[in-house]
Design a protein around this ligand. Structure first.
Ligand code: ADP
Ligand code: MG
Length: 358
């Protein structure tokens, strides 16, 4: 069902994106691929469909890892998660993996289940998987910077080892916080274990207006709900081509069959979704959310943002403001644009912008 709110696993459930899935599957024979795009654009769905179709995919959610381990990803949690991912595999692929793991120290096999002992080295596991040939998809991989005590460096070292030595182990990393993921990987940073490697990138962009309308039409047709072209037009006008919000709209409209109420419902859902994200931001600095609010309300130039901040909080030095803005850009919340020769900031996602204005 197109309006199913969970990430899609099967191509049949996915609207369009054929090209993206094909490209990703082709790229999966490279050692390292980044799958980029803003929140709710469909990265997890595209990744999962591609991994399923490849038949040798292993999926790990780094964001869940981060939350499950209370903000600090330990080796133990990582190993347990890896274990769960392997145990959730099916069929011949799983049998091959079990077979390949047989001979490593620190692995116990219970019939069709794998148990890693504490001391198992992930590099050894990857070596064994190299004999099978696997594609490891790590969702929201920028969260791996919270692995270990060195900003995730140990994990990057593992990636670098795999990159250089294991021809049949391929990694696809997704990230909503595009700049953060780039920084974390650090292929241009000589201090990064991955320095100098090449990584392929695939960026997922919003649907065009026409495709967004077609998405809604097909979604409503699937559940036999009538909606006017006019309402579809207006919904897309506001929600733009971000499938996550279109799905929310579909579900709201099915419930209440009124354009205004359904749009209001989407904003409510977006607000709930954002609450968690904004709380994470506030943990790092209270000013982040203030800056986002300023920009959403039209205080979108340097002086206006600074003025808004200082009215609502305390004085902020220019260097600090520059850093905060740069970080918000890296986390894909805002983007600078040139208007009439002046630099302005814009909230990337129009739904997020609306919610922040409330
Ligand atoms: P991301 O990982 O980029 O945040 P998700 O894959 O979780 O995005 O997708 C967000 C929501 O949008 C989910 O409800 C998902 O089912 C839906 N969705 C995304 N892309 C599509 C698509 N092409 N067709 C149908 N639903 C989609
Ligand atoms: Mg996702």
């Amino acid at each position: 069902m197109l309006f199913d709110p969970r990430p899609k696993m099967d191509r049949k459930e996915l609207f369009d994106r054929e090209e993206e899935i094909e490209s990703l599957k082709k790229l999966a024979d490279k050692p390292l691929v980044l799958l980029l795009g803003i929140r709710r654009i469909g990265k997890s769905s595209i990744l999962r469909v591609a991994l399923n179709e490849l038949g040798n995919g292993i999926y790990i959610d780094a964001r869940k890892l981060y939350f499950d381990s209370g903000g600090w990803i330990t080796n133990d949690v990582l190993i347990r998660t890896f274990e769960k991912s392997l145990n959730s595999l099916k069929g011949e692929f799983k049998e091959k993996i079990i077979d390949a793991l047989k001979y490593i120290r620190g692995v116990k096999l219970f019939g069709v289940d794998v148990r890693f002992k504490r001391e198992v080295l992930l590099s050894e596991v990857l070596e064994a998987l190299n004999d099978v040939g696997v594609v490891i998809g790590i969702d929201e991989a920028q969260y791996l910077r919270f692995y270990g005590s060195k900003g995730g460096k140990e994990f990057l070292a593992l990636l670098a080892y795999s990159y250089d030595n294991l021809r049949n182990v391929h990694f696809i990393l997704t990230g909503s916080e595009v700049g953060l993921l780039h920084d974390f990987i650090g292929i241009d940073n000589y201090e990064s274990p991955l320095y100098g490697r090449v990584c392929e990138e695939l960026t997922i962009v919003p649907f065009s207006r026409e495709l967004s309308k077609e998405f809604l039409r097909q979604g409503f047709e699937e559940v036999s709900i009538q909606i006017s072209e006019d309402d579809i037009e207006k919904a897309v006008e506001i929600l733009d081509g971000i499938p996550g919000w279109l799905v929310d709209f579909g579900n709201e409209y099915i419930k209440i069959k009124s354009l205004e109420k359904a749009l209001e419902g989407v904003m409510k859902r977006a607000e709930d979704f954002l609450k968690g994200e904004l709380k994470e931001l506030e943990k790092r600095s209270l000013r982040y959310v203030l800056i986002l609010k300023a920009i959403a309300r039209g205080y979108d130039r340097w002086e206006l943002i600074k003025d808004y901040l200082e009215r609502n909080s305390k004085r902020v030095p220019n260097s600090r403001l520059a850093e905060l803005l740069r970080n918000l850009e890296k986390m894909s919340w805002i983007t600078p644009e040139l208007k009439d020769g002046r630099k302005k900031y814009k909230i990337i996602d129009p739904v997020v912008e609306r919610v922040l204005r409330r």
